[in-house]
Design a protein around this ligand. Structure first.
Ligand SMILES: [Zn+2]
Ligand SMILES: [Zn+2]
Length: 203
């Protein structure tokens, strides 16, 4: 039935837990990220291993997944443009509901969405994970966890001094780096005060 979904590395078979409240299983899964997860500045790159350590608990509403997502993101320091690697260990807890529980949730939510623009309801639906038969698709859970944990402005280290605004040199390599900058206003005055070759010729 859900053959194409079974091909996804994020899909887990929970057959032995479905409809058995109280049953529990530990799940350790190592997935090679099939595509990039993140933002323009920092992301878990495609091909990066993502480790999932989850406890799956069968509850009345569905299956509750609790645990951690561990992986490495990479990007560029926003100050000095050096490559940055970030170890991520993100806690997750998500309920994967049985379809009829999810359908009930939608029914309750839909009248409000018709009245009030429906934006909040859309968010609710996005956050709701539903079991597809015995299958649990963890892709969205991992994606949300990783994106939430990524910094908006990655830095190579907290006190990264960045680049010289004059010449672009990396200040971390050369902390005493400076330029004898003459303010353009002062240089104009200096030119007036000092007779140049041209002035001397005219005289
Ligand atoms: Zn830096
Ligand atoms: Zn410089």
């Amino acid at each position: 039935m859900a053959a194409h979904e079974q091909e996804s590395p994020w899909v887990v078979d929970t057959r032995e837990l479905v409809r058995r409240p109280g049953a529990m299983r530990e799940l350790s899964l190592s997935v090679t990220a099939p595509e990039r997860i993140g933002t323009d500045v920092v992301a878990v790159q495609a091909g990066q291993p993502v480790e999932l350590d989850l406890r799956l608990e069968s509850v009345v509403e569905g299956i509750l997944a609790t645990g951690t997502v561990t992986t490495t993101a990479s990007g560029v320091c926003v100050r000095c443009l050096d490559d940055v690697e970030l170890e991520l260990e993100v806690g997750v807890q998500e309920l994967f509901a049985y379809p009829e529980r999810a359908a009930h949730h939608h029914k309750v939510a839909s009248p409000a969405s018709r009245k009030g623009g429906g934006k909040d309801t859309e968010t609710d639906e996005d956050e709701q994970h539903v079991l597809d038969g015995d299958l649990m698709d963890l892709e969205e859970v991992v994606r949300d966890a990783v994106v939430t944990a990524l910094p908006f402005q990655p830095v190579c280290r907290d006190d990264c001094p960045g680049l010289c605004p004059e010449c672009g040199a990396r200040l971390a390599d050369d902390p005493d780096h400076h330029h004898d900058v003459i303010d353009p206003r002062w240089s104009a005055l200096a030119a007036m005060a000092t007779p140049t070759d041209d002035d001397e010729k005219r005289n």
